[in-house]
Design a protein around this ligand. Structure first.
Ligand code: PEP
Ligand code: MG
Length: 322
């Protein structure tokens, strides 16, 4: 069984009928990199950089951030590394930088909303990312994008920091990809418009489910509404994937759903390109995907999209996949 796992670790992820998918890992800091390599992930699909801010007693400096991003890029040795700019706010607070107290933190000042307003912190992070980019294959994404204007504003700041570095003679890679997290229903609905401007999407189902169902992802009293397989969620995911593919763009998913054995067959059928999950889920998911046929999963996904409830989709998948 150990041998089997070791073999699986070094294989690419292919369905039984020969379709390739990427299985990437989510990390919170360079400490997690060993597990990513040990489990044979095909890249890093989400580096939650806010943990550099949370696990520190000061705003991480440009050089401190540079060291962390460089470590991630080097350890992946040319495989894609998707680094998300910081997602502070919501339930993630900092001891040394008090944000205003809010009645609805999950609907408040969070992630890209902070980055665009306090752009000095954002610019420091972007410079660290750009400088690190020469050490590997860097993809940058912005969290909690609700409008095209936010993406354009963030991209403008990114381009300005590129110019500043160029003026100083500092090198950075010329093939960095720039994308967004799709985790707010507005961007999932308007995915066809976003797809014309971004290089890639990464669907953040943890928040997308929370905001679509209007149910706090951490509140037990409403956890019955946290329904990953609700056809409302599946239809949003379907819309995002189709819109991206029409523009020839790549779609990842980095929420918990990407490593969930009930969701994976449906997501394969919907044509998701990359599944990013905790390192410990990589090999079990690769093993599951190898047993499934995409042609069959496409039929399954079509039926799932037409179901009425979360439970009906669970039952459907359990009957069809064993
Ligand atoms: C998500 O919302 O699905 C996601 C991956 O981001 P986080 O869990 O860090 O909010
Ligand atoms: Mg999120």
């Amino acid at each position: 069984r150990k041998r089997e796992q070791a073999q699986l670790r070094d294989e690419a992820t292919e369905s039984a009928d020969g379709h390739h998918f990427d299985i990437n890992a989510n990390i919170g800091s360079p400490k997690d990199l060993d597990a990513v390599v040990a489990n044979g992930a095909e890249g890093i699909g989400l580096f939650r950089t806010e943990f550099l801010f949370i696990d520190s007693d000061h705003l991480p400096t440009e050089d401190e951030q540079f060291a962390a991003y460089k470590a991630a890029l080097q350890s992946m040795d040319g495989k894609p590394v998707t680094i998300r700019t910081m997602d502070i706010g919501g339930d993630k607070q900092l001891s040394y930088w008090k944000l205003p107290k809010e009645d609805n933190p999950f609907l408040g000042y969070r992630a890209i909303r902070i980055s665009l307003k306090q752009d000095d912190i954002f610019r420091t992070q972007l410079r660290a990312l750009l400088r690190a980019s020469v050490y590997g294959n860097l993809w940058i994404m912005f969290p909690m994008i609700a409008t095209l204007q936010e993406f354009r504003d963030a991209k403008k700041i990114y381009e300005e920091e590129k110019q500043n570095l160029t003026a100083k003679g500092v090198k950075f890679a010329d093939n960095i990809k720039l994308g967004i997290m799709v985790e707010i229903p507005a961007s999932a609905v308007l995915a066809d418009k976003f797809a014309k401007e971004v290089d890639f999407f990464s669907i953040g189902t943890n928040d997308l489910i929370q905001y679509t169902m209007a149910a706090d992802r951490g509140n037990d009293s409403v956890s019955y509404l946290y329904q990953p397989y609700n056809p409302a969620i599946l239809r949003l995911v379907h819309n995002v994937i189709d819109a991206a593919h029409k523009e020839g763009k790549f779609v990842a998913m980095c929420g918990e759903m990407a490593g969930d054995p009930v969701a994976v067959p449906v997501l394969m059928g919907l044509g998701l390109d990359e599944f990013s999950m905790s390192a410990s889920s990589v090999l079990p998911t690769r093993s599951l995907m190898k047993r499934l046929n995409v042609a069959e999963m496409q039929k399954l996904a079509k039926v799932a999209l037409d179901k009425e409830t979360n439970q009906e989709v669970i039952d459907l998948v359990k009957q069809s996949v064993n």
